[in-house]
Design a binder for this molecule. Structure first.
Ligand code: DGL
Length: 270
């Protein structure tokens, strides 16, 4: 294993850039190959079998880039595919769920945790199972919020329409007096200020993207896999399965200067 090899990071599209951004911030030396499956998103409304098939193809592509570890930077793919793909691999792979669960179980005081995500993530019950494994007495209230992804992708991060949708989605969680809310979808940390307004100051907002970067850092350090070289020109590489222009426009809003070039590949070949 080459400790200076890149980390492979993938998502159904642009949302995983919130995870990439945290990795860049917390591990500024690491190299990264990011793949966004922009031709086949959203994953959140797909079946588990389809998400597993897509994830396997992407992992095969990332292996051609000689990555040393893989991060599934997508809640839906982590929920539906992590367990299935783990056994195929001889390099470490993590999803975004475990780290968020660990942080939520630590943060709650009254034991009532809300989890918001795509239909597929909430349907999978993975968050509930993982939280209960941490602490059996926790009460978990899951809520699918499918409109948030298109609202974020339309750029309506700070907009009264988004506030209105958030008030409706989150009212059932407020009614259960949760004190911790897991933002269980890659796009949701971009709506943090809306959630803060709707839920109030007392509710802890858990960002799995941030927590996953911490988990990755620990994993690399414990296994002697952290990059030791100073970063060069070619630190980050971005690949997508649909038009690169669409990705780059949105991506620069999240990662201001890091995206020099995005390449389109045919993921069905892998
Ligand atoms: N990246 C997905 C997730 O975190 C959201 C977008 C999609 O549905 O593909 O669940």
């Amino acid at each position: 294993m080459d400790r200076n090899a890149p980390i492979g990071v993938f998502d159904s599209g642009i949302g995983g850039l919130t995870v990439a951004r945290e990795i860049m911030r917390q591990m500024p030396k690491e190299r990264m190959v990011y793949f966004g499956d922009t031709a086949r998103l959203p994953y959140g409304s797909k079946s588990q079998d389809t998400v597993i098939r897509y994830s396997r193809q992407i992992i095969r592509f990332l292996r051609t880039q000689d990555v040393k570890a893989i991060v599934i930077a997508c809640n839906t793919a982590s929920a539906c595919a992590l367990e299935a793909v783990k056994s195929d691999l001889d390099i470490p792979i993590i999803g975004v769920i475990y780290a968020g669960v660990r942080a939520a179980a630590k943060a709650t005081r009254n034991g009532k945790i809300g989890v918001i995500g795509t239909e597929a993530t909430i349907r999978s019950n993975v968050y509930t199972r993982a939280l209960k494994q941490q602490r059996a007495d926790l009460e978990i209230i899951g809520k699918p919020c499918p409109l948030f992804v298109p609202l974020v992708e339309e750029g309506l991060w700070h907009d009264s329409i988004t506030d209105e949708v958030a008030s409706r989605y989150l009212s059932s969680l407020k009614g259960k007096y949760i004190d911790t809310l897991v933002m269980g979808c890659t796009h949701y940390p971009l709506l943090r200020s809306t959630f803060r307004r709707v839920m109030g100051e007392e509710v802890a907002l858990i960002n799995p993207a941030y927590e996953t970067a911490i988990e990755l850092k620990e994993l690399l350090e414990e296994n002697g896999m952290s990059c030791t070289q100073e970063p060069g020109e070619e630190q980050y590489h971005f690949f997508v399965s649909d038009r690169a222009e669409n990705f780059t426009n949105f991506a620069t809003a999240i990662l201001s200067n890091e995206i020099k070039e995005t390449k389109q590949i045919n993921i069905e070949e892998y």
